[in-house]
Design a protein around this ligand. Structure first.
Ligand code: FES
Ligand code: FE2
Length: 384
């Protein structure tokens, strides 16, 4: 983020506070309950969003060295992410090409080749089939070179590993004007110090929505982060499908004008990038929390919560553990409420969610989801 933008974002929130108003969209909005409960809708989202768009599946530090591997699930696909001896990252389907046995059961490790537990077909960590017992006699007419593990498009960028199951992987096009801001965060200099994988009985959109408004801070987070934030004061901007939200801390209003040159947005606000569809990067004063939604079903979502700290300070384990726990506790407050919402939505108690004018970010997010589900795709909607 350039310096002018940083100061403008601070000035904007200070002005809103001075005028005792809020960051308001034009109108109240509604979101139909079935968007959070219907299996059909979920299947469409999985097929047209989670399987088509570039997704952040891991931080590069999770497979830092040649031979490192991790397993991931991408919209129901079993992924094996490896770093080969050339240092390249590979996104492979973790399914043996013989009869489909899961090739690797360990969640993570370091191996240069993988042997299938059923008939010992052996693959390099770059995916090629190296050996298969009695192959020439048994598989006449087939070539080992055609039977490597299925590869998905994969790229390392902004410190993360991006994979696209079925669509393209043009990150310049996908991230667009936010690329400069993401580059400036130097996330390739960070390391995952802690990671949790909680599962929640709530739709993935409810969990994303919980992060992009400050209306609930003084209520739902009154005993944790609530006292450190202004009441219902946040702003947001869309960058194509993605969003940058600024949630104002109470310390911002105490900034002295004469120290303007030293103002640092991330010290006085939570800067949140919601990278469509389900990645949230919460930029805190000295670290970043990465929250990745991995939808399982209409009413079930797995979250990958990671604390990313500067490599040079990673040994300060106690500090990062404490920060991770604070983030986890705060998010758990949101998730308990998310599960409560999901249960009433599934009961049919209400027909719509209501988004107030200061919850415009939630409407913008939902409209982005809708746009991806039209037969012609988001571009056609944007051009309307
Ligand atoms: S299923 Fe893997 S070797 Fe047969
Ligand atoms: Fe919250």
């Amino acid at each position: 983020m350039d310096r002018d933008t940083e100061l403008q974002l601070i000035d904007e929130l200070l002005a809103i506070k001075a005028e005792k108003t809020f960051f308001l969209d034009e109108t109240v909005a509604r979101s139909p309950v079935e968007h959070y409960t219907s299996q059909d809708r979920f299947d469409q989202e999985r097929a047209q969003i989670f399987r088509k768009l570039p997704m952040m599946v891991a931080h590069a530090s999770e497979i830092a060295n040649p031979g490192d591997f991790i397993r991931r699930d991408l919209a129901g696909l079993p992924l094996l992410i490896t770093r080969d001896k050339a240092g390249n990252v590979n996104a492979l389907l973790n399914a043996c090409r013989h009869r489909g046995t899961r090739l690797v059961d360990d969640e993570a490790g370091c191996k240069h080749r993988f042997t299938c537990p059923y008939h010992a077909w052996t693959y390099a960590n770059s995916g090629e089939l190296l050996a298969a017992p009695h192959f020439d006699q048994g598989f006449t007419g087939l070539k080992k070179s055609d039977l490597g593990l299925t590869r998905l498009a994969c790229q390392e960028r902004f410190g993360f590993i991006w994979v696209s199951a079925e669509g393209g992987l043009d990150l310049d096009d996908f991230i667009g004007p936010l690329a400069e801001e993401l580059d400036a965060l130097h996330m390739d200099d960070l390391i995952v110090t802690h990671q949790d994988l909680p599962e929640h009985a709530a739709n993935w959109k409810i969990l994303v929505e919980g992060g992009i408004e400050a209306y609930h801070f003084k209520v739902a987070h009154r005993t944790t982060i609530g006292p450190h934030f202004e009441d219902n004061l946040s702003s947001y901007r869309m960058f194509g499908a993605h969003m940058r939200s600024i949630l104002m801390r109470t310390s911002m209003a105490k900034l002295a004008p004469e120290t303007r040159e030293t103002w640092r947005l991330r010290d006085h606000a939570q800067v949140l990038y919601t990278l469509f569809p389900g990645a949230s990067l919460l930029v805190q004063s000295d670290h970043i929390s990465w929250i990745q939604s991995e939808p399982i079903g209409p009413g079930r979502t797995r979250l990958r919560l990671s604390t990313l700290a500067p490599k040079a300070e990673a040994e300060n384990a106690e500090h990062w553990q404490r920060n991770h726990q604070i983030t986890r506790t705060t998010l758990d407050e949101d998730f308990v409420i998310g599960e409560s919402m999901q249960s009433t939505l599934e009961s049919g108690a209400n027909t719509h969610m209501l988004f107030g004018r200061f919850e415009g970010a939630l409407d913008a997010f939902n409209r982005t989801v809708d746009a991806h589900l039209t037969p012609t795709g988001p571009q056609a909607v944007a051009a309307e």
